[in-house]
Design a binder for this molecule. Sequence first.
Ligand code: GDP
Ligand code: CA
Length: 323
Amino acid sequence: MDTLDVMKIVVLAGGIGGARFLRGLRSAAPEAEITVIGNTGDDISLFGLRVCPDLDTVMYTLGGGVNEDQGWGRADETFTVKEELAAYGVGPSWFGLGDRDFATHIVRTQMLAAGYKLSAVTEALCDRWRPGVRLIPMTDDQVETHVVVEDEQGRRAIHFQEWWVRLRASVPALSIAAVGAEDAKPAPGVLAAIEAADVVLFPPSNPVVSIGTILAVPGIRDAVATRTVVGVSPIIGGAPVSGMADACLTAIGTETSARAVAELYGLGLLDGWLVDEADAAVRVEGIEVRSRPLLMTDEAATADIARAALDLAVELKRAEESR
Ligand code: GDP
Ligand code: CA
């Protein structure tokens, strides 16, 4: 990379962890051209509407419309439609959709029905939100993460959202599958953005159902592997900072630790790995591990984390180029 060029950064992002990291990255590298490849494995159809939780979390967070306390959904939200649906006895009631949020899903569903691809719809929604990054869904094809569970009703596969939101991952997942991923194609612009990227960053997103799902779309992993890649651990001191990522890691037979997640991504994909100070002793063969505070407490702290990830990536890229 020539220092005179605009730095091109690609980030593979899930929801809350990805979105918060991106806000820090945008302020750490205001001149950079940032392309976000968003997870769509969490997408679900509810009330006849297509809902894309991770794309919307990134869009609302970077666009200044997110509910900050919650980390997802709209600020200043009301729930009249949800109450009216409940009054008709129409569920599910466990998925929180507010009135403002409903409008997003109505616009998306209307455009999809008119024949627009999800990538074009996302671009149109971003015309309003101006997230300051280019947000592309990983694929325009339908990929849905399903979870196999076993309870009183026997062994069955349920939608990821039913496991995550309704059951709060309280029933162990026997397996997790990104249904449709093998036949999915990366959305237009995804591979080109990765190929043109100076660096690829993995934010502290869920390694199984966010980043893992994006990497499961044929072509994406191979393209990423050709780049300099630095990741930020979502696991600190043996536990996720928030959410139930440990239940996802357990389902795929991976320990919940910063080291195990780096090993899961693996040599050949990850070049550098940022872990929290609590995990300063972590070493991973073939991967450059650095420790620093990794709690995204506010935008300044998050920008520092993003800058550290970027600095490490540039350092590793230069070392690679001079070899
Ligand atoms: P989701 O789609 O909303 O579940 O969000 P993501 O996939 O983007 O990321 C969720 C992950 O972010 C969880 O595994 C958390 O452990 C991680 N996370 C949340 N806040 C922080 C933080 O402040 N620091 C770090 N390092 N990870 C965080
Ligand atoms: Ca998600």
